[in-house]
Design a protein around this ligand. Structure first.
Ligand code: EPS
Length: 384
């Protein structure tokens, strides 16, 4: 059954809930491991006022005892501080209707969600469609991070584009990713930072929003996760699906993906070398760590493109779902850009996919058992 997880909760409800199943037993895991990623997700120049209200911290409801996992489902709650301003509007008990939304925002789930579920108050849609939900993806993803780290796999990411501003195209090495932690826009490339900050200021002043691109990499992966043998076992497919499931993500690229589609094959494939003791290796990584739906052992590189947020202070034209009159869309408090936090969310989604792939290939119930199997496999691949 592998790695299974679910989230629940509305943006302005009491909180977000999550359960992850399949976490091996006897794995050290503390609240700090989780809160670190929750804090990272809250950062970023261009974030809105909500992030001043919230201080996301996890409460552990199951699966961990005395700092170790039990092998039982790991269950989390992250409270919404903002709920204190919404107790009646978001009450689960019958209460007077309040803060009704009838003017859908173009680009958000509001209109189609209302149509699909029959909601005439579009708040019933936007509360769950909101990217607030990514808080719990990240909390559960931090469990995957801890698991992967024990197997010597590290997942890191950075911003490569905000609006028109892009960082130079090149492979970034693992050590460089630390720089992104100190950047207000989560970029490695410091030279791009001032132009990005300026672009965000300009968008804010204009009541507009900005999209961009993130790049997420996994280092230390063994070769052979995923499979070419069936369409639904190809790891690219799981990674693309995971990335596209993130709110506002509209495009995904593995390795040099779109960029290499215009070049000849001789320029884009990673030549194969062999050395005693080291085994097979490559000197380039155009494939982004995947060949034939399987990890090659090179860094896994996935990029995701985010559209600009659809909540605009300068709203676009829309139609009221009750009166059918033309109106400007609902103005809700929001972020100018959410590209820096999208890095943390994309890391979480990649880690969920990789934790599942690790469990599928190696299996096992305790961390020790899995670690031994991974180590044996690494040795096997070196000797092949
Ligand atoms: C978010 C919380 C939300 C938004 C944002 C992400 O809070 P609120 O709606 O109360 O301002 O800041 O959500 C969106 C951009 C969106 O389109 O839904 C968060 O916790 O990340």
């Amino acid at each position: 059954m592998g790695w299974r997880w679910l989230t629940a909760g509305e943006s302005h409800g009491p909180g977000l809930l999550g359960i992850v199943e399949g976490v091996p037993a006897r794995m050290p895991l503390t609240r700090d491991n989780i809160d670190r990623d929750l804090t990272r997700r809250q950062k970023g120049y261009g974030r809105g006022k909500r992030m001043v209200i919230e201080q996301d911290r996890v409460e552990i409801y199951g699966g961990i005892r005395h700092g170790y996992t039990l092998g039982s489902p790991v269950a989390f709650l992250v409270g919404n501080r903002d709920f204190s301003h919404w107790t009646e509007a978001m009450s689960a008990d019958p209460a007077p209707t309040a803060r009704v939304v009838t003017r859908p925002r173009p680009g958000h789930a509001d209109l189609v969600g209302g149509l699909k579920y029959g909601h005439r108050d579009l708040r019933d849609v936007l509360e769950r469609a909101s990217a607030r939900e990514t808080t719990m993806r990240v909390a559960l993803g931090a469990v995957a991070r801890t698991f992967l780290a024990a197997l010597d796999v590290r997942v890191v990411g950075h911003v490569i584009r905000i609006g028109e501003v892009t960082v130079p195209e090149r492979d970034y090495i693992e050590e460089e990713f630390r720089r992104a932690e100190d950047s207000p826009v989560r970029v490695i490339d410091e030279a791009s930072e001032p132009a990005m900050l300026e672009a965000i200021d300009r968008a804010r002043d204009a009541g507009d929003t900005l999209g961009g691109q993130v790049e997420v990499c996994a280092f230390g992966l063994p070769a052979g996760l995923g499979s070419y043998a069936q369409w639904d076992r190809r790891l690219e497919a799981d990674l693309a699906s995971a990335m596209l499931s993130i709110q506002a993500i509209k495009g995904v690229e593995v390795g040099a993906g779109f960029r290499h589609s215009a070049q000849p094959g001789s320029a884009v494939h990673d030549e194969i070398f062999w050395e005693e003791g080291r085994g097979f290796y490559r000197e380039s990584n155009y494939a982004g760590g995947l060949e034939g739906g399987m990890t090659t052992g090179m860094p896994l590189v996935v990029r995701a493109a985010m559209k600009p947020l659809s909540t605009l202070m300068k709203p676009l034209r829309s139609v009221d779902i009750d009166s059918k009159e033309a109106y400007l869309a609902q103005v809700e408090r929001s972020d100018v850009t959410a590209v820096p936090p999208a890095v943390v969310v994309a890391e979480a989604m990649m880690m969920h996919v990789l934790a599942a792939a690790m469990l599928e290939k190696f299996g096992g119930d305790s961390l020790e058992e899995i670690c031994e199997r991974v180590e044996r496999w690494r040795e096997t691949t070196r000797r092949f």
